[in-house]
Write a protein that binds this ligand. Sequence first.
Ligand SMILES: Cc1cc2nc3c(=O)[nH]c(=O)nc-3n(C[C@H](O)[C@H](O)[C@H](O)COP(=O)(O)OP(=O)(O)OC[C@H]3O[C@@H](n4cnc5c(N)ncnc54)[C@H](O)[C@@H]3O)c2cc1C
Length: 339
Amino acid sequence: MNIQENISILPLNTFRMNGRARFLAVYESTDELRYILQHKAELFGNKNIPVLCIGEGSNLLFTKDFEGVLLRSSMRRARAVRETADEVFIEADAGLCMDDLIAQLTDMQLYGLENLSYIPGTVGASAVQNVGAYGVEAKDVIDQVRVLNIQDLNEITLSQADCRFGYRDSCFKHGQGKKYIVSAVTYRLSKQPVYHLEYGQLSQQLPSQPTANQIRQAVIRIRQSKLPDVHKVGSAGSFFKNPVVSKDVYNNLSHSYIDIPSYSVGDGSEYKIPAAWLIEKSGCKSFAVGDATVWQPQPLVLVNQHNAEPQDIVQLAQMIVNRVNRQFGIELQREVIYI
Ligand SMILES: Cc1cc2nc3c(=O)[nH]c(=O)nc-3n(C[C@H](O)[C@H](O)[C@H](O)COP(=O)(O)OP(=O)(O)OC[C@H]3O[C@@H](n4cnc5c(N)ncnc54)[C@H](O)[C@@H]3O)c2cc1C
């Protein structure tokens, strides 16, 4: 276990926000995590100090210094735990980089996660956030999630249904679910190709029977052409969720805007509208506050060009929410989590 006090959060978040956290505790096993949670008074001088589990900080905006304990797992193993004629079940530790796992799986010709290639972040957060891209969400492949309850310190296993996954949502973001720290996720991978190539320009870039690795490489190429490189430009990916509206709202909008893109969701009674289109159409692409700007190739992403303050990002996001709401009557919801 490694505990540091008064540390800079700069290396802990992809938005490249400067600031300070009171403590950072890195644990190497679930027993160490239990020990940290059990001994907060001795370790941190306050048994009620708040704790926050983080992964790579790629979906967070630290709006101020964090006066608590950031918990981070350094457990990064993955192992096959079960196999059938058609599937392999892989259990991965929460601290493992999701993209490193996907690289291994595609090399093994296991299908299911390849569309999620190159999304920053950890295995643990993939379940919390139900990450998604190119028509696939983590929930489609998650079999079960092992969690530690920070109140009674028991470790339990939740089924896929227990996790109540939704669009960038899960039980871990609400009520009692917030008391869980994810320690491992088991994914159900297929030995045979299961293709989801209808989104974006994926199919145009691929042969008719692509391998998992060819899909992964195509996803990486497309993402690199549209999204900021986390090593060069500060961001947390899509800042807003794509709004889901009723058929009536959609019909009204499509009378005024005949080019409005949409995807029918669920039983067809609702429509998902790309937030990027709403942002661009309402003229927000040129908005900026200090060094906080809209990423031109993908306006759903807000970026810290150099030295943006958290409040610059907050203000820019609010300006966009207000403008989109005024023009379309739709209130954009944040995907990025404010700390
Ligand atoms: C350039 C870029 C592109 C992106 N593209 C996509 C995309 O295509 N699709 C997509 O869905 N997301 C995308 N994201 C967002 C981000 O990558 C995901 O949300 C990712 O899952 C966050 O992982 P993390 O480890 O960085 O989590 P963090 O940002 O550190 O944490 C996210 C949340 O998970 C919680 N958490 C983290 N680990 C645990 C744990 N072990 N137990 C309990 N709670 C935990 C945190 O408390 C926090 O609430 C993108 C981000 C960037 C910067």
